[in-house]
Design a protein around this ligand. Structure first.
Ligand code: HSE
Length: 439
């Protein structure tokens, strides 16, 4: 039986998960490929020995030792971050190795260089684990949905943020308290910035948009707002409007331009994404031929992510064995077809809105607010005002019909300087269910 040798850089959570998957599924992988997939070498600067079950694998502290080993067919990068990960990946490609990575930050920022180098060297780059953990989202987009113009992408792509929002919703507790708890339980990183500020989600959306539309995009092109400002009171009001607050990645394809945004969104409880709870991820595509597709599963974790990395290793091993390397372009589109497509300016976007205005409870306040909204062409859908306070401001909570972002910003700038308004208005975009399919 032909052997395919794998070199793994980084034996952390996902790296050790991959090693365990390759070991526990060895026989099944052989039955499904006719190949022996061997974890030949591991490079990790923090280890002095591997667990005993990996006695057949060589441990090194030097990634170059593995990258330059002529026996290694596939280099798997699982250290994360931009450097030295990019150097290792580029060196591996230059050495003629196929590469597998789960590194969404690297791909969303440096993907252009990496995929150009891979195309020039005639090697494959697998990155299934970079989006949606164990969910086969990359393969679905690249292969299962290949006969579709992708009209929209929408999803919950960060398990940490979804876990925090779920607990805030179920238990009515503050963001900071849930975050602290999540860190103690090991759900959230010591530095949770990327997860809670939407940056990790933007990395993932950039990767999906590149593949869905055949476009150049980095996460820096995506308007990104996180969940750290979401308050329990807004979650409670969302419930009264029949919605849940979720951190969504949203992109709609308008042909000449495409939307790209990550922000907290009020999702109607009737929508499938509203029921995705805890650390789970879900990605919703609309294709012009298939219609709506929802992929759901574990967005992180040692074994689910190990499963996704192993799937990439198998794909490449099969291609090597069949002499069909490059059969499926890494980014779905041929490299020469990937183009620049403008991103829709945020001010041009339209959706229904939620506003929470803090104002004194006096005659004429609601009329003044309604007048400003009306002047900017914003139509009110409903208003909630809780009973009069003894003293201090009350919350006037408004949901609107579809309104343009530029009109909303202009209207709120006027509302927030009213003498009766005591603090900046909280605004949250609501999901426009009619907009999943495009103009
Ligand atoms: N940090 C990510 C999350 C997992 O919380 O979903 C890996 O993508």
């Amino acid at each position: 039986m032909k052997t395919i040798s794998v070199g793994l850089i980084g034996f952390g959570t996902v790296g050790s998960g991959l090693a365990e998957v390759l070991l526990s599924q060895q026989e099944r992988l052989e039955q499904r490929s006719g190949l022996s997939i061997r974890l030949a070498k591991v490079a990790d600067i923090n280890m002095t020995e591997l667990p005993p079950q990996f006695s057949g694998t060589v441990l090194t502290n030097d990634a170059a030792n593995l990258i330059n080993d002529p026996e290694i067919d596939i280099v798997v990068e699982l250290i994360g971050g931009i450097q030295p990960a990019k150097t290792f990946v580029m060196d591996a490609i230059a050495a003629g190795k196929h590469v597998v990575t789960a590194n969404k930050a690297l791909l969303s920022q440096e993907g252009k260089d990496i995929f150009a180098a891979a195309a020039a060297s005639g090697v494959e780059v697998g990155f299934e684990a970079s989006v949606g953990g164990g969910i086969p989202v990359i393969k679905s987009l690249k292969e299962g949905l290949v006969a579709n113009k992708i009209l929209s992408i929408m999803g919950i792509m960060n398990g940490t943020a979804n876990y925090i929002l779920t607990r805030m919703t179920d238990e009515g507790i503050d963001f900071a308290d849930v975050l602290k708890d999540a860190q103690e339980l090991g759900f959230a990183e010591a530095d949770p910035t990327y997860d809670v500020e939407g940056i990790d989600t933007a990395h993932k959306l950039a990767i999906l948009m590149t593949m869905a539309y055949g476009m150049n995009i980095t996460h820096n092109d995506i308007v990104t707002e996180g969940i750290s400002q979401v308050e329990p009171v807004d979650i409670e009001f969302a419930r009264e409007f029949g919605c849940r607050i979720k951190l969504l990645a949203i992109s709609r394809n308008h042909g000449e331009h495409v939307e790209a945004r990550v922000h907290p969104t009020m999702v109607p409880e009737s929508h499938l994404l509203a029921s995705i709870n805890g650390a789970y991820n879900a990605i919703h595509f609309t294709g012009d031929t298939v219609g709506n597709v929802l992929l759901y599963g574990p967005g992180a974790g040692k074994m689910p992510t190990g499963s996704a990395v192993a799937a990439d290793v198998m794909d490449i091993a099969r291609d090597i064995s069949c002499g069909s390397v490059g059969r499926v372009p890494s980014l779905s589109y041929l490299p020469k077809e990937i183009q620049d497509i403008p991103i829709t300016p945020m001010e041009e976007l339209s959706c229904p809105w939620y506003f929470r205005i803090s104002a004194r409870d006096e005659p004429g306040v609601l009329a003044a607010i309604a007048g400003i909204l009306s002047k900017h062409g914003i139509s009110i859908e409903s208003v909630i005002q809780k009973g009069r306070q003894e003293s201090g401001p009350v919350s006037i909570v408004i949901s609107t019909h579809i309104a343009r972002e530029s009109s909303v910003l202009a209207a709120l700038a006027e509302i927030d300087i009213l003498e009766v308004v005591s603090s900046p208005t909280v605004k949250i975009r609501m999901l426009d269910e009619t907009a999943a399919a495009i103009d």
